[in-house]
Ligand binder design. Structure first.
Ligand code: PEP
Length: 251
C-alpha cells in the first residue's frame, strides 16, 4: 500500500528549546491529520534526543537530515546510523540538494549511506532534483533519472519498501517558486516508471514519491491531487506548526 507522507526538514534552524517547542506544537495539532497521512519531522542532530522525548506518545516519526558514510570509528564530526537509531530515528533524509551542492555529496557516497541506513533498520528519504541550468537546458528528466538509477539500482525490490523518493527541483527550494502541479507530476511519473522498469509494477505502485520546493498550505492541495505526488518534503513551512499541519490537511 502506498503511504502518504508529509515530512518537515528543519535544516539548520532552531535551538534545542525552540525545536522542542515546535515538536510539541506539531504533535498537538497532529490529531486533526487523517490517519492515512504519516507525519515526519527532521530536526538537526543536536535536537534528536530531546525532540524524540517531546514526540513520545504521538504518531509522528523522527528523521535525521543526513548520516555518515561509515559505520563507526575515527571520523570526527560525523554521526552514524546506529547513533540515529539509538535516539529513536525511524528515517533519515539523504542526498538533499544542499548536501550535494555545499558538501560534495555524490551518488557514490549516497549508495554507501543508503546501504548503512537500511542495514541499521532506518528508512530513507532520498532526494533528487535538477538545478535551474539543467531545467533551462531541458535536461531535467535525464538528471532526475540518472540520480535515481545511480543510487537505487544498487538495491533490491525488498529494500525499496523502506525507501521514499523526494523530488525537489533545486530552483524551487526556498525560493518561493513552486513547480506547477503539472511540472511536478510529469517528473514523479517519470521516477515511478524508472522504478517500475527495474523493480516491477508492484514496487513502483507502492513507492511514495514526495514533492519538495516551496510547498505551503496554499499550494499543497493542487500538488497532492496529482496521482503520482504522495506528499511533501517541506522546508521553510515546516518551521511553523500551523503551516506544516495545514499542508498535511491538504490531502
Ligand atoms: C527542502 O529544502 O527540502 C525544501 C523543500 O525547502 P522549502 O520548502 O523551503 O523550499
Amino acid at each position: 500500500m502506498r503511504k502518504f507522507i508529509v515530512a518537515g526538514n528543519w535544516k539548520m534552524n532552531t535551538t534545542v528549546p525552540e525545536g522542542v517547542e515546535l515538536a510539541k506544537a506539531v504533535a498537538k495539532a497532529a490529531a486533526e491529520v487523517p490517519a492515512n497521512v504519516e507525519l515526519v519531522v527532521a530536526p538537526p542532530f543536536t535536537h534528536l534526543y530531546a525532540v524524540a522525548e517531546a514526540l513520545r506518545g504521538s504518531k509522528i516519526a523522527l528523521s535525521a537530515q543526513n548520516c555518515a558514510d561509515k559505520a563507526k570509528g575515527a571520523y570526527t564530526g560525523e554521526v552514524s546510523v546506529d547513533m540515529l537509531k539509538s535516539v529513536g530515528c525511524e528515517y533519515t533524509i539523504l542526498g538533499h540538494s544542499e548536501r550535494r551542492q555545499y558538501y560534495g555529496e555524490t551518488d557514490a557516497k549516497l549508495v554507501e549511506k543508503v546501504k548503512l541506513a537500511l542495514e541499521a533498520g532506518l528508512k530513507v528519504i532520498l532526494c533528487v532534483g535538477e538545478n535551474l541550468d539543467e531545467r533551462e537546458a531541458g535536461k531535467h528528466f535525464d538528471v532526475v533519472k540518472a540520480q535515481t538509477e545511480n543510487v537505487l539500482f544498487n538495491f533490491s525490490a525488498d529494500d525499496m519498501s523502506r525507501i521514499v523518493i523526494a523530488y525537489e527541483p533545486v530552483w524551487a527550494i526556498g525560493t518561493g517558486k513552486t513547480a506547477t502541479a503539472a511540472q511536478a507530476e510529469e517528473i514523479h511519473r517519470c521516477i515511478r516508471s524508472v522504478i517500475e522498469a527495474r523493480f516491477g509494477k508492484a514496487v513502483a505502485d507502492d513507492l511514495t514519491i514526495l514533492y519538495g520546493g516551496s510547498c505551503k498550505p496554499s499550494n499543497a492541495k493542487e500538488l497532492f491531487q496529482e496521482p503520482d505526488i504522495d506528499g511533501g518534503l517541506i522546508g521553510g513551512a515546516a518551521l511553523k506548526a500551523e503551516d506544516f499541519i495545514g499542508i498535511a490537511l491538504s490531502f
